[in-house]
Write a protein that binds this ligand. Structure first.
Ligand code: NAD
Length: 361
């Protein structure tokens, strides 16, 4: 059974991918810091090896017996990258590259890196750059997150050789239900806001383009890259998306799907200034080279998400754990407090209590 080291395997994508790898007979070792807990692994915990560690401290021992590395760990959006750019660089670039070096030294040939179509982002100010980008396009990433992904890509691609096969997956914005749920991804946010507030807000009127893809399709794309013949994927970049859609159209599709399910939703444009991302991509290369085509449309994913949320009785939709930036801030605040007061319910370490001295007789 080929063994996969899945870094970040307890995350939104990792929780789905680990399950799909197991279903196809792969052995899975998950290495994760568990920033968002381990509930994403609840259904498979007894069938995977779990290493609780920081990806910046990966050791050769973590690669023992491993055939392929998939790295879906690190900070996974703009707000968290901008909140702590140094940590973002350490995880998304430095640790990703160090892991590649360790893998190559350990004789692990194939390494799949989770990159992002946000490397193509040029904003919405420049109509001339509003084109469909393929993997050969010259990119000029702007934000900390996109830059960190692009730099990791560049380092890894330079390592491609007779003994090492890096593969880069630039994914669009992912949607759909995962047992480690995120509501800070546009489709999921729309569903959450529709259910919690009865409305969907369109920043900048929703004129931005975005490539979108279902989380199960993402898992299938990784698995296609794991199983492909080496020459097909060696040192290659693949865009992974189902479709490119303006956010305004996306909102209307989500509204229609929810209305068909009896949920009334208002769509409200907000034209106030917001830094927004906009880009669209071609997926012809992954279709041509690997025969991979994303299958799950937004509407199906929305229906499934609703069913899963109801079946699992998920009601705390606005909990910070579902939004990476809010949750990491909560963790930081808790750490600062616990650092001085000790862990929550355990007895704090013995303290020296100074009582007033009795007067000596
Ligand atoms: N979700 C998307 O729409 C999307 C789109 C494009 C690219 N990506 C990329 O795909 C990857 C996975 O995204 P996701 O949505 O599953 O994100 P996520 O935040 O849900 O998962 C990331 C996982 O990595 C773990 N992690 C973070 N820092 C770590 C560290 N220092 N050491 C060990 N583990 C650490 C977290 O605990 C978490 O389980 C990320 O690299 C992200 O940038 C995601």
């Amino acid at each position: 059974m080929p063994k996969i080291l899945l870094v970040g395997g307890a995350g939104y994508i990792g929780s789905v991918l680990s399950q799909e790898l197991l279903e196809r007979g792969y052995a899975v070792r998950i290495l994760d810091r568990f920033f968002f807990g381990d509930q994403g692994l609840a259904a498979i915990r007894d069938r995977v090896e779990v290493v609780q560690a920081d990806m910046r401290r990966i050791e050769a021992a973590h690669l023992e017996g491993v055939d392929t590395v998939i790295n879906v760990g690190g900070l996974s959006n703009d707000p968290t990258a901008e909140y702590n750019p140094a940590a973002n660089y350490e995880m998304n670039t430095a640790a990703a590259v160090r892991l590649a070096e360790l893998a190559r030294s350990a004789g692990v040939r194939r390494y799949l890196l989770a990159s992002s179509c946000s490397v193509y982002d040029q904003g919405i100010a420049d109509d001339q750059r509003d084109i469909v980008y393929d993997e050969d396009a010259v990119v000029r990433p702007r934000a900390a997150y996109a830059v960190s992904k692009y730099e990791a890509e560049q380092h890894l691609l330079a390592m491609a050789g007779a003994d090492f096969c890096p593969v880069i997956l630039r994914k669009g914005t992912v949607y759909g239900f995962s047992p480690r749920m995120r509501f800070d991804l546009v489709v999921n946010t729309f569903v959450r806001d529709a259910l919690a507030n009865g409305n969907i807000v369109l920043f900048r009127g929703g004129e931005m383009w975005r490539p979108l893809v279902d989380v199960h399709d993402v898992a299938r794309a990784y698995i296609a890259c794991v199983g492909a013949d080496e020459p097909a994927v060696h040192g290659q970049i693949f865009n992974v998306a189902n479709c490119n859609m303006r956010i305004s159209e996306l909102a209307l599709r989500v509204r229609t799907t929810l209305r068909d399910l009896g949920i009334d939703v208002d769509v409200r444009p907000d034209y106030s200034y917001r830094g927004v991302r906009s880009y669209r991509v071609s997926t012809r290369k992954i279709e041509r080279v690997l025969g991979f085509k994303a299958e799950v449309p937004v509407e199906d994913a929305v229906r499934d998400m609703l069913g899963q949320l109801r079946d699992r009785k998920v009601e705390d939709l606005n909990h910070p754990k579902y939004e990476n930036i809010r949750w990491l801030r909560v963790l930081e605040e808790a750490e600062a407090i616990l650092g001085s007061s000790g862990s929550v319910f355990d007895l704090p370490a013995a303290t020296v209590t100074t009582l007033p001295r009795r007067a000596q007789r």
